[in-house]
Structure formats: structure tokens, C-alpha cells
Design a protein around this ligand. Structure first.
Ligand code: SF4
Length: 454
């Protein structure tokens, strides 16, 4: 039972039973009761795919978020359970054959790694381009891509309460050490922030930082209350725990300390923004999910919602409109609709940009102004965050109207540019400049940056 936490001028919370966190991985597929009635072929396919792509699901998601009458089409089932078509036929067959032959774990892992290496495990130049230095040393677990925002990947937060099948950070979860980008070094993070007064926003991300114990989070965040860090105005925490494990904010042993930490940061003048990853309204249908939201908001922290548009999960206008309405009702600010990144099982999940724009536009038309704060569809591409603003015709040529919401060069931001319309393109690199131009305006500069001259 959680204790009743009462902050001055804040509403006391209801009582909820504490719940044990029980998680299943690819090695425990046969222990998940809910799937044992599925056809045997389906179970075998799951096993094959789960030996290549990360798989992890907890009991709360299985029992309370998935509507098993709708499986396999249930969006949350698609969000967490592996499907055969997530792998290309040739990849699937290679791994399936090993399973059929009863190959040993090591053999399967070797082939699985080869397959993974072909799935663009680090999209958008994450490994090569965004690593900052302190005293001449590269800082592990810190990325500084845009001038005002630093990303921090604490090593204790490099997993999640469940895994999304489409996760663009999937490579971090499958044991390839050289692909991990994480740090335990609070001192180095603070040292870097102290030396960079242009940074206003710290984004703590993962995996899911909410998987960490509160005491770890305190160690990273509380020092930022020192006047030396007054330039850090906003602390953002990227998380899907509001979906996968809302108990984290309500009944977990250190939930009260977590809520107190948020309150302390807010009371000291920081803007605390919980960047909640939501894909579907079905994620916010339980009492505990609503209570977690209410508790966070009672501290003065804001919750902003973002998530990618994913085929089989939310490629549906009504689903987005309903999600945004629900968010606004609960006091969450709709923030981004992302385009799914060019990595992992993208063949299964990708939605062409033209279709993505139409889904966004139709969904926005169905909601009130307060829900129209959702921007998108937006691609977090190498040069920056590029939003599709529209599809139109200019002097007889059908084009996409694009703009940078964020750019490696801040001067690129808000500058409209145009690409030839395409029915099939799913990412920035598949687009061609419109009006007979050879290159987009930013390309030469971006290439120079990649070579380290920019
Ligand atoms: S919660 Fe986020 S980091 Fe974790 S698996 Fe899902 S998308 Fe990836």
C-alpha cells in the first residue's frame, strides 16, 4: 500500500495496492500463460524473432493493456510481442532453421548478431557525431547534438519495463557492448554542463531512466540545484513507464521519493518535463495509469507526450485523435508525432511520409486547439528534426513542404524547403529536392560536419 503523500497545496493521492514487477524475456516465452492458446506456428515465430530483436514484457502489460480478444491485431500486442514479418524472409529463415535443428544458444546468437548488423543498429549518426568531450576525453553516455540540449544516458537506465518491438534504440538491449552508450559518471556530466552555459535543457534518457532507483536519479539531478547550474532551466526525462509500469510513480518502494524529487526540482525553479512515450490511447485505460499522471502533475512537473507513427499499432487517424484528446483531458501536452526511424524492423513498421502526413492532418482536424500542440510528422534525421508541413503544388510540381524543427546548425531552423512528392518515401534520405535542384540547402554543410570540418 502506498503511503498518502501530501504536499503543501497539492492533492493527496488515492490508495493502490503495491504490485510485484514480473517480467518475461525471450527465454521465458513458454511461461507466459496468455499466449499459450495461440497457434503453435505463432509461438515458434515469436521464439525465432525474439532471438534477434529484443523482447521483454511484464505482467501488467500482458494482463491489463492487451485486449486478447483482438490479438493479433491488438495495438499493444503488436507493440510488445514479436511478429514473423518483423524480419525479412531471408533473415527469418536463417534463424528459424537453426531453431528447427535445435542449434545451441551460441550458434543462434552468432547468426542473430549477423542479422542485427544488417539492420542499421545506430541510425542518424548517433555513434559518430554526437559525442562531446571534456578535458580532451570523449564523454560516454552524453550526446550534444543541438546547441541547447544535452542528452544523458545513465547506465542504470539502459533497459525498460517492457520493450517496444519497433524501438530505435533496440541495439542497446541485445548485449552488443560496443553498441551501448551509457555512463555512470555523474561528475563528468556535471563537469560538462558547468562548462557549457549555452545548454538550457538536460534530457535524461535510456532505455528508460524510470527503471532506475530514485537514489540514482537523485545523484544525477539534485546537484543541478547548485547556482553553478542556473543555466539548466529544464530537466526532461524520457520515459514509457507511464505505459509499461505506472506503479513506478505510485506504489513502488521509492515512488514517494521520486515524486518528492520532482517536487523539489520544481520548487527550486526548474522546469521538470516528463517526456512520456505514448503510441495509443489503450495505454491510458487503467486507474493506475491515470493515478501516476495525476501524482506527477501534482508536483508541478509537466507531462509532454510523444511517440512514433507505427504501422500495425497506430496508423489510424481515429487512434491518434482519441489519444490526443485523452492526453489533454488528463492534463498532458501532446508534443510530437514522430516518423518511425530507419532501423531494426522498419520494413514491418514503416509508414510512407505521404500517408503519415495525411494521418496527422486528419487526426488534427478532429481535435480541439489544445490538442493541436502535437507537431509532426517529424523525422529525427542526421541533420536535424525535419517536419513535414504539407503536401502542395507549386508551379505544377507536387511537393512536400518541409522545415527543420531542430538543426545541427541552429540557423537551419524554421527555414522552409521542398522535396519532390513521393508516394513511397519513408525517410529524409529517400527524398529528392524539388524544382530541379541538385541538393537540399543544408547538404554540403552537413557533409562537412560529418567529416569533422563543420
Ligand atoms: S520504451 Fe523507449 S527505449 Fe524502451 S523499448 Fe520502448 S521505445 Fe525503446
Amino acid at each position: 500500500m502506498n503511503s498518502i503523500v501530501t504536499f503543501p497545496n497539492r492533492i493527496p493521492v488515492k490508495e493502490f495496492e503495491e504490485r510485484r514487477f514480473k517480467v518475461y524475456t525471450d527465454r521465458q516465452l513458454d511461461k507466459i500463460e496468455a499466449i499459450q492458446n495461440l497457434p503453435e506456428d505463432t509461438l515458434f515465430e515469436m521464439k525465432v524473432v525474439a532471438s534477434v530483436l529484443p523482447f521483454r514484457v511484464n505482467e501488467y502489460v500482458i494482463n491489463e493493456l492487451i485486449n486478447w480478444d483482438q490479438v493479433p491485431n491488438d495495438p499493444i500486442y503488436q507493440l510488445v510481442f514479436p511478429q514473423k514479418a518483423m524480419l525479412k524472409e531471408e533473415h527469418y529463415e536463417r534463424v528459424a532453421q537453426l531453431h528447427r535443428e535445435g542449434a545451441d544458444k551460441k550458434e543462434i546468437q552468432t547468426i542473430a548478431k549477423e542479422v542485427r548488423d544488417e539492420l542499421n543498429p545506430h541510425p542518424a549518426g548517433q555513434m559518430e557525431m554526437n559525442m562531446p568531450e571534456l578535458d580532451g576525453e570523449v564523454l560516454d553516455g552524453v550526446q550534444h547534438k543541438y546547441r541547447e540540449t544535452v542528452l544523458f544516458f545513465p547506465s542504470q537506465g539502459q533497459t525498460c519495463h517492457s520493450y517496444c518491438t519497433f524501438c530505435f534504440r533496440w541495439a542497446q538491449f541485445v548485449g552488443d557492448k560496443d553498441l551501448k552508450m551509457a555512463s555512470t559518471d555523474a561528475g563528468k556530466l556535471h563537469g560538462y554542463l558547468a562548462e557549457h552555459p549555452e545548454v538550457t535543457d538536460l534530457l535524461v534518457t535510456g532505455g528508460d531512466p524510470m527503471i532506475m532507483k530514485t537514489k540514482n536519479l537523485v545523484q544525477y539531478l539534485e546537484p543541478l540545484l547548485d547556482p553553478e547550474y542556473d543555466h539548466i532551466q529544464t530537466i526532461r526525462i524520457g520515459t514509457k513507464a507511464l505505459t509499461f509500469w505506472p506503479y513506478r510513480f505510485v506504489t513502488d518502494k521509492d515512488a514517494d521519493e521520486l515524486i518528492e524529487l520532482f517536487a523539489k526540482l520544481v520548487d527550486a525553479g526548474k522546469h521538470v518535463a516528463i517526456m512520456a512515450h505514448y503510441n495509443h490511447w489503450q495505454e491510458i485505460t487503467t486507474d493506475i495509469a491515470e493515478e501516476a499522471i495525476r501524482r506527477i502533475r501534482a508536483t508541478g512537473a509537466e507531462i509532454r507526450a510523444q511517440g512514433p507513427l507505427i504501422k500495425h499499432v497506430n496508423d489510424d487517424t481515429d487512434a491518434w485523435a482519441r489519444l490526443w484528446k485523452k492526453e489533454v483531458q488528463l492534463g498532458i501536452i501532446p508534443y510530437y508525432m514522430f516518423v518511425e526511424r530507419d532501423t531494426g524492423a522498419k520494413n514491418y513498421f514503416e509508414v510512407p511520409l505521404a500517408e503519415a502526413f495525411n494521418i496527422y492532418r486528419e487526426a488534427i482536424k478532429k481535435v480541439s486547439g489544445l490538442a493541436r500542440t502535437a507537431r509532426g510528422p517529424s523525422m529525427s534525421a542526421g541533420p536535424g528534426k525535419v517536419e513535414i508541413q504539407g503536401i502542395t503544388e507549386v508551379q505544377g510540381e507536387k511537393v512536400f513542404v518541409l522545415r527543420f524543427l531542430q538543426g545541427r546548425n541552429p540557423d537551419w531552423v524554421q527555414r522552409p524547403f521542398f522535396a519532390k512528392y513521393s508516394e513511397t518515401a519513408t525517410w529524409l534520405h529517400e527524398l529528392e529536392p524539388a524544382f530541379g535542384e541538385e541538393k537540399f540547402f543544408f547538404e554540403d554543410e552537413y557533409e562537412a560536419m560529418k567529416k569533422g570540418n563543420g
